[in-house]
Design a protein around this ligand. Structure first.
Ligand code: GUN
Length: 287
């Protein structure tokens, strides 16, 4: 039987540790505030933003929510970011992505002060991750490292295959595994012989964005499998069509061949906000 890596429990454990840290900082007169900006009203983004606000409340830091209309101009958004950059009470700034098409996402990311970039998306923070310097790390990959460490998975010396090369997950994930002394391969949609490459992995991290894509023939017996995907799938239960969540991995088929695996939901998902909170607490104490 594989070890089921419980992201819900581990994220709760991290939030509880942070809650204690925040209480201790408060006693020293140090308080934290995260500014969360959402442009437009994409329902999925609204759910994420709401969960971020709730997590701030749970660990005991303040949150400022800016819910801006879809028509907000790039200039208006940049001006708000500059104002928050200069506000000493605000330690963390986050713009929920995606932003509407008329706004240049890269420009937005570059305008957030690197010291307040709790998402870890600013090129200065990404650069520090590459060169081994200090800086904020993208939350989902940082959460996966915590899942592995807190489940006693050895990373050093292992063959790790990351499928996906996005700036938010794939690239920082590969760099973090390298920092932990894994031997890392980055695969993606154009990779040839993907099955053979995945079969070499002791740790397979899947962020390919295709529901149930990874079947048992991609997985080495006894590998650790981390599923970053989340998809809503219609499913018929007792003659009724209900919506069910699934990942990039065909869990039912793959699980029995692994030594450890993350479920969807309840695996990687809850870790992102826990690590965002970790970055917010770090922002409160950084020089
Ligand atoms: N959209 C999807 N994931 C993220 C994230 O981690 N941060 C932000 N700001 N937007 C997102």
């Amino acid at each position: 039987m594989p070890q089921i890596i419980d992201g819900k429990r581990i994220s709760q454990e991290i939030k509880d540790e942070l809650k204690e840290k925040v209480a201790a900082l408060k006693e020293q007169g140090i308080e934290g505030t995260l500014a969360v900006i959402q442009v437009g009203n994409d329902p999925a983004s609204s759910v994420y933003v709401n969960n971020k606000k709730k997590a701030c409340e749970y660990i005991g830091i303040g949150s400022l929510a800016y819910e801006l209309p879809e028509e907000t101009t790039e200039e208006e958004l940049l001006a708000l970011i500059e104002k928050l950059n200069n506000d000493d009470k605000v330690n963390g700034i986050l713009v929920q992505l995606p932003v509407p098409k008329h706004i240049d996402e890269e420009k937005i990311i570059k305008t957030i002060s690197p010291e307040k970039d709790v998402d870890g998306f600013h090129p200065e923070n990404v650069g520090n991750l590459v060169t081994g310097g200090k800086g904020f790390v993208s939350c989902t990959p940082a959460g996966i490292i915590q899942l592995l460490k807190r489940s006693n998975v050895t990373i050093e010396g292992k063959n790790c295959v990351v499928i996906g090369r996005s700036n938010i997950v794939g690239k920082p994930m590969a760099l973090l595994m390298l920092r932990e002394n894994a031997t890392v391969t980055i695969a993606h949609s154009k990779t040839q012989n993907l099955k053979e490459i995945c079969k070499q992995a002791d740790i397979l991290i899947v962020a390919i964005g295709k529901p149930r894509f990874i079947t048992a023939d991609y997985v080495k017996e006894g590998a650790v499998v981390i599923d970053v995907g989340i998809h809503r799938e219609p499913k018929e239960v007792d003659g009724k069509v209900v919506s069910k969540l699934c990942g990039d991995v065909n869990y039912e088929e793959v699980a029995e061949h692994t030594s450890a695996i993350t479920p969807v939901p309840g695996g990687v998902g809850p870790m992102t906000i826990a690590m965002l909170m970790n970055n917010c607490v770090e922002a409160m104490t950084r020089e």
